[in-house]
Design a protein around this ligand. Structure first.
Ligand code: PEP
Length: 252
């Protein structure tokens, strides 16, 4: 059975005290409720990873970084390596978020290297893919996603691919309040699963967790997560408010 995941991407938000409060609220919820098979991940800014990982060690909470360097180590001021994250017992790492692609010019080729570093250091990648609005309007969304997966992910051996989580995030839905319809999400998730089957095999396709991301909130999460091929969500804005994030966790 596939792992269901609700992951919060905090982006560049929260002061230390606010981060501490939010982590404590989530930990308290997890400690006092049965969340079944759902895995909850928080991806705070890098400066709070230690705080999050200390709190997570006592409970069923997982911690992810928002980015990792494509380089192993060396003179790359401001960067954080996969080895550093591994040494801090960080579980996951978001790779390929559309904001990194857009503002930091991360290409599919660079992302493939980031995936390699993550796998080499036992970090589970949450690989983001998704099309821009003009690409969807031009009917190119399937091709765009196929290229992103092929150029950044499908070079992995089957054993390594087992550690990968995919997040389908149509760029036009991120932070816009416009969510993909349930049908649009299901259609793309099923397509991604078919690509995994073609590249690897049926088992790999069935076992890969594919998250939806893009203006997912407490009101629409239930309908989105009810789709056969949607295994949870990567949540931006709504992960910054404990009450909203918790409602989303309860949406399975
Ligand atoms: C994201 O940043 O991954 C995201 C899905 O953001 P939002 O939920 O705010 O659209």
């Amino acid at each position: 059975m596939r792992t269901q995941i609700v992951a919060g991407n905090w982006k560049m938000n929260k002061t230390f005290q606010e981060a501490d409060d939010l982590i404590n609220d989530i930990v308290e919820f997890i400690n006092n409720n049965d969340i079944g098979n759902t895995e909850v991940i928080i991806c705070p800014p890098a400066v709070y990873l230690e705080l999050a990982s200390d709190s997570a060690s006592e409970t069923d909470l997982f911690v992810g970084a928002q980015n990792v360097s494509e380089h192993e180590s060396g003179a790359y001021t401001g960067e954080i390596s996969a080895a550093m994250l591994e040494s801090m017992k960080i579980d996951y790492c978001i790779i390929g978020h559309s904001e990194r692609r857009k503002y930091f010019h991360e290409t599919n080729e660079v992302l493939a290297e980031k995936i390699n570093r993550a796998i080499e250091h036992s970090l589970r990648p949450v690989f983001c893919c998704g099309e821009l609005l003009p690409e969807r309007e031009a009917g190119k969304h399937f091709d765009i996603v196929k290229t992103q997966l092929t150029e950044s992910l499908f070079h992995l051996k089957e054993d390594d691919f087992e550690d990968v989580v995919i997040a389908y995030e149509p760029v036009w839905a991120i932070g816009t309040g416009v969510t993909a319809t349930s049908d649009q999400a299901q259609e793309m998730h099923a397509y991604i699963r078919s690509l995994i089957k073609e590249r690897y095999n049926e088992d790999a396709a069935e076992n890969t967790t594919i998250l939806y991301g893009g203006s997912c909130n407490p009101k629409n999460a239930k309908e989105l997560f009810a789709n056969k091929d949607v295994d949870g969500g990567l949540i931006g804005g709504a992960s910054l408010v404990a009450e909203d994030f918790i409602k989303i966790i309860k949406s399975f």
